[in-house]
Design a protein around this ligand. Structure first.
Ligand code: SF4
Length: 139
């Protein structure tokens, strides 16, 4: 959420027209008005309502129109994880380090635009603890 806030702040006043300013204001307003809800969705269980397929966005990798919730998800094998924290540095949008220094993963599936970086984090995990779980419909 902080990365989104910084990106929106960096856009203001830099467009050739007012459209980027409007989009940045909308984003910053939503972040301010829904801070707790957004935090709950990013790193918690959220409100329990389905979100995939609500907006006309590309489906995450592994998802299908029939089952938009079947996206790949990041998972940690806790018997292997040594708390290096490398994954949080490589993929801060989906992984945060908890107070114990171990990763806390976003509850949502891996969005298509982050799949490459998620695979990179998986490959670089020194303990081979991080992996992508495929959804039920994934090939
Ligand atoms: S990089 Fe691997 S071992 Fe290190 S915290 Fe992440 S999952 Fe655990």
């Amino acid at each position: 959420l902080e990365a989104v806030r910084e990106a929106a702040g960096g856009v203001r006043g830099r467009g050739a027209c007012g459209h980027p300013d409007g989009a940045a204001r909308f984003t910053l307003s939503a972040l301010s008005a829904f801070t707790d809800d957004l935090a709950a969705h990013v790193l918690g269980g959220g409100c329990g309502r389905g979100t995939a397929g609500v907006l006309p966005l590309p489906l995450p990798a592994g998802a299908s129109a029939a089952n938009p919730e079947s996206a790949e998800r990041l998972a940690v094998d806790w018997t292997l994880c040594e708390g290096h924290g490398l994954c949080a540095g490589l993929l801060p949008e989906l992984v945060r380090l908890g107070p114990d220094g171990y990763p806390a993963l976003a509850d949502a599936g891996v969005p298509t635009h982050l799949r490459g970086r998620a695979l990179r984090a998986v490959r670089r995990c020194p303990a081979l603890a991080l992996h992508l779980d495929k959804g039920a419909d994934a090939p």
